[in-house]
Ligand binder design. Structure first.
Ligand SMILES: CC(=O)N[C@H]1[C@@H](OP(=O)(O)OP(=O)(O)OC[C@H]2O[C@@H](n3ccc(=O)[nH]c3=O)[C@H](O)[C@@H]2O)O[C@H](CO)[C@@H](O)[C@@H]1O
Ligand SMILES: C=C(OP(=O)(O)O)C(=O)O
Length: 441
């Protein structure tokens, strides 16, 4: 899949932020922890990651009805089992497959899940993204874990998970989510130490509570879950808006010189990133859920050079790193972005450099330097990861002329209805559902 971009159009209009990928995909997993009805509103139904997960849980027997127009899904799961899938059935290119273990374990005491995939942004032992902490969660709750070539098998020898103590050695989003789901249906009490509670995990806790789970949170890292010893009840809930998408639109408006009304901004989930924008000289005008971004938002007429370090919430999270890089390229001087969480998340820089003069940007693990202000020139580039792909698309949208971005499905993993949203504000991007044609030189 590739995108062609006729760049240089200045965007103008209103854009609605969709439900968050990093909430929706785990709420869908939680929705399987019951045989009753669960309805998820503000669900990003066109998101590639959500579609993969819906397809996989359907193949395991869940009944998921998708209402695209209403951005809602309805989930009923009287039966769920992955035991009959063939090995191709486990080829699911998303990260959060580990969250599909708890719903199977709660029903049958055994589970098979695809290996976690997702963006190749390093981070784990050996350079890949690890899943050892998920194995740790299952084992802490009394399960045995076997890794086969096609899938991971998890078995609760006594037919159900038993409450236990889970002490994370690092702050882990996925690990905390997995621990919550498993502990909610286990027998007995589980304690999660050094949990990492992001806004999306607050969403997950809220849905689990609505489904009847007993979860007590103390401070921001200690959770006690009194297990239900089996499945929970039904519930309704709305997925929180995507804070990374909100930042993406704000930065796009700033670097393109456009004027955008960004609707559905989750302010409380992105206070620190917004403070960093203010420090870079951006004057954001907003209402309770919207921000208006226009050339007048730049108090001195330009973005001021800045340094930002990405870490854990409530700070600037690593998924926002490429958008601060884009902002730095437009700043009046040298800006730096440090990524302490995913230091190897720099692959996109060499693709972005194709749109820029030599020396405009350079990267080493954990640190990216931008020398602005720059203008982008049309180019052909590859997508390296979700946010990197989106930042390259942004460069193409700002460059005069025709650009091509290959493997754009990576961006579509995280941006719901991207093509139509861009078109609605006057930008010209077309997604082609075919392999990228060879370049004729
Ligand atoms: C689907 C989703 O929500 N993904 C987000 C989540 O990823 P994800 O949940 O994978 O990130 P974690 O917070 O778990 O990872 C933190 C660190 O722990 C490592 N680790 C994690 C699990 C494990 O079993 N072993 C291990 O070594 C990771 O490689 C990383 O270095 O948080 C990342 C950091 O904010 C974001 O970039 C991703 O968008
Ligand atoms: C890295 C990301 O997601 P995932 O963990 O799903 O690969 C992302 O959302 O930028």
């Amino acid at each position: 899949m590739y995108a062609t971009v006729e760049g240089g159009n200045v965007p103008s209009g209103r854009v609605q932020v969709s439900g968050a990928k990093n909430s929706a995909t785990r709420l869908l997993a939680a929705a399987l922890l019951t045989q009753d009805h669960v309805e998820l509103r503000n669900f990003p139904t066109s998101l590639v990651d959500a579609q993969h997960k819906v397809r996989f849980v359907q193949s395991m027997g869940a009944n998921v009805r998708v209402d695209e127009a209403g951005q809602t899904i309805a989930v009923d799961t009287p039966h769920l089992d992955a035991a009959d899938l063939n090995s191709d059935g486990y080829d699911v290119p998303i990260r959060t497959t580990y969250l599909l273990a708890a719903p199977q374990l709660a029903r049958t005491g055994r589970a098979r899940i695809p290996y976690p995939a997702g963006c190749k942004i390093g981070g784990g032992a050996g350079g890949g993204r690890g899943y050892d902490l998920h194995v740790m969660v299952w084992e802490a709750l009394g399960c045995e874990v076997t890794e086969t070539p096609s899938y991971i098998q998890i078995t609760a020898p006594r037919g159900e998970m038993r409450g236990g103590s889970i002490d994370f050695p690092i702050s882990t989003v996925g690990g905390t989510e997995n621990a919550l789901l498993c502990a909610a249906v286990a027998k007995g009490t589980s304690t999660i130490f050094n949990a990492y509670i992001t806004p999306e995990i607050d969403d997950l806790i809220e849905l689990l509570r609505r489904m009847g789970a007993d979860i007590v949170v103390t401070g921001n890292s200690h959770i006690v879950v009194t297990g239900h010893s089996g499945l929970l009840g039904g519930a309704h809930m709305s997925v929180m808006p995507d804070r990374i998408e909100a930042l993406t639109w704000i930065v796009y408006a700033l670097i393109s010189g456009g004027d955008l009304m960004v609707k559905g901004v989750p302010f409380s989930a992105m206070q620190v990133p917004l403070i960093h924008l203010e420090h870079a000289g951006v004057d954001l005008m907003g209402s309770s859920d919207s921000l208006y971004v226009a050339p007048e938002s730049l108090k001195s007429g330009s973005i001021q050079p800045f340094e930002v370090a990405c870490g854990t919430h409530p700070g600037v999270i690593s998924d926002m790193q490429p958008f601060f890089v884009m902002l730095g390229l437009l700043s009046a001087g040298t800006s730096r972005v440090f990524d302490y969480r995913y230091p190897e998340r720099i692959g996109f820089v060499q693709e972005l450099a194709k749109f820029l003069p030599l020396g405009a940007i350079e990267a080493r693990p954990g640190a990216i330097t931008m020398r602005g202000p720059q203008r982008f020139s049309a180019a052909e580039a590859e997508s390296t990861d979700l946010r990197g792909s989106m930042s390259v698309l942004m460069a193409a949208l700002c460059a005069n002329g025709t650009s091509r971005v290959n493997n754009v499905e990576l961006a579509l993993r995280g941006y719901d209805r991207l093509e139509s949203k861009l078109r609605s504000v006057g930008a010209d991007l077309s997604v082609h559902d075919a392999p990228a044609p060879q370049l004729v030189r």
